[in-house]
Design a protein around this ligand. Structure first.
Ligand SMILES: Nc1ncnc2c1ncn2[C@@H]1O[C@H](COP(=O)(O)OP(=O)(O)OP(=O)(O)O)[C@@H](O)[C@H]1O
Ligand SMILES: [Mg+2]
Length: 288
């Protein structure tokens, strides 16, 4: 009996299409509010270029997915959106990233303030070696938001769909949580200071399917209050959660490799009727 038969035996689930695109309706273009406007963004490290000439807009209260093969610059791109690359030796960029019309990299813009408004969650859950409570309370404390801290911590844990699981053990170490719970704790930590945007770089790739599905449900909840940009390797995931999808690929020109944005559109369009052959090859699994 093959592995597939065994799974088929024990799980009664309707078969999914290769990529099952959730039905959703997007606001008409004129009703969308632009959060980021990326113009001619080229970024790299030292002599090498990671992404070249990226142009796109990110809209408010939507989930935007960034997909593409390994090394095409997804992480570099998303990290440009909150200046998370600033401290990487050799990092350089050209072009503009306008956040509500203000260039994030212009003089006088404080990167700490940028990261306060634009939070980030990483691939591997990275709670601090502190209690569950202190993880969530950490950023508010740093910012001096000490009033009604208990309420703030509870609000963030509820928003991250973790409260019921941890309310009786807030003083225990964050490491006592499962991987999926730790990732939701990291989301709670990021939203405790009420940012506007959450950037998530492969937030579920280290998690099992059940924890992954709770993170996906959580993203649906969060988009009511936040704008989300998520990098994912998992195309099913992009198709399930994202309103819009940006497909990047690696282009080789004069033996120089750089990531380029091939297509950016409503998720359904990208997965079911892509306009570029390279997107089609990728989403149908012929490449990548
Ligand atoms: N800190 C760094 N220093 C130097 N080069 C880097 C650094 N981070 C990424 N790069 C290079 O930039 C390019 C794009 O990498 P990036 O991590 O953005 O890709 P990615 O699409 O996120 O890949 P993956 O799917 O494997 O996470 C790669 O060639 C990579 O080697
Ligand atoms: Mg990456």
């Amino acid at each position: 009996m093959t592995e597939e038969d065994r799974v088929g035996e024990t799980v009664t689930m309707t078969r999914m299409r290769p990529v099952d695109v959730a039905e959703r309706r997007e606001a008409p273009p004129e009703a969308r509010e632009t959060v980021f406007e990326v113009r001619g963004l080229t970024a790299g490290y030292g002599q090498s270029t990671a992404i070249k000439d990226v142009e796109l807009e990110v809209y408010r209260n939507l989930i935007t997915a960034v997909i593409g093969p390994s090394g095409c610059g997804k992480s570099t791109f998303i990290r440009c959106l909150n200046r998370m690359n600033d401290d990487i030796p050799g990092f350089r960029h050209e072009g503009e990233i306008l956040y509500h019309g203000i260039d994030l990299y212009s003089d006088g813009v404080d990167p700490v303030e940028v990261r306060r408004r634009i939070g980030m969650v990483f691939q591997k859950p990275n709670p601090f070696p502190k209690t569950i409570y202190d993880n969530v309370a950490w950023a508010p404390r740093v910012l001096g938001l000490k009033k009604e801290l208990d309420e703030r911590v509870e609000r963030a844990l509820r928003a991250a769909a973790l409260w019921d699981e941890v309310k009786d053990r807030l003083k225990r170490s964050a490491f006592s949580l499962s991987g999926g719970q730790q990732q939701r704790l990291c989301i709670a930590r990021a939203i405790a200071i009420e940012p506007e945007v959450l950037l998530l770089d492969e937030p579920a790739s280290a998690l099992d399917p059940i924890a992954t599905s709770s993170i996906e449900e959580l993203m649906h909840e969060l988009k009511r209050d936040y704008t989300l940009v998520i990098v994912t390797h998992n195309m099913q995931q992009a198709a399930r959660v994202a309103d819009r999808t940006a497909f990047f690929t690696l282009e080789v020109e004069k033996s120089q490799r750089a990531g380029v944005l091939v297509e950016y559109d409503e998720t359904e369009k990208v997965f079911t009727a892509p306009s570029d052959k390279r997107t089609e090859d990728y989403v149908t699994g012929r490449f990548g």
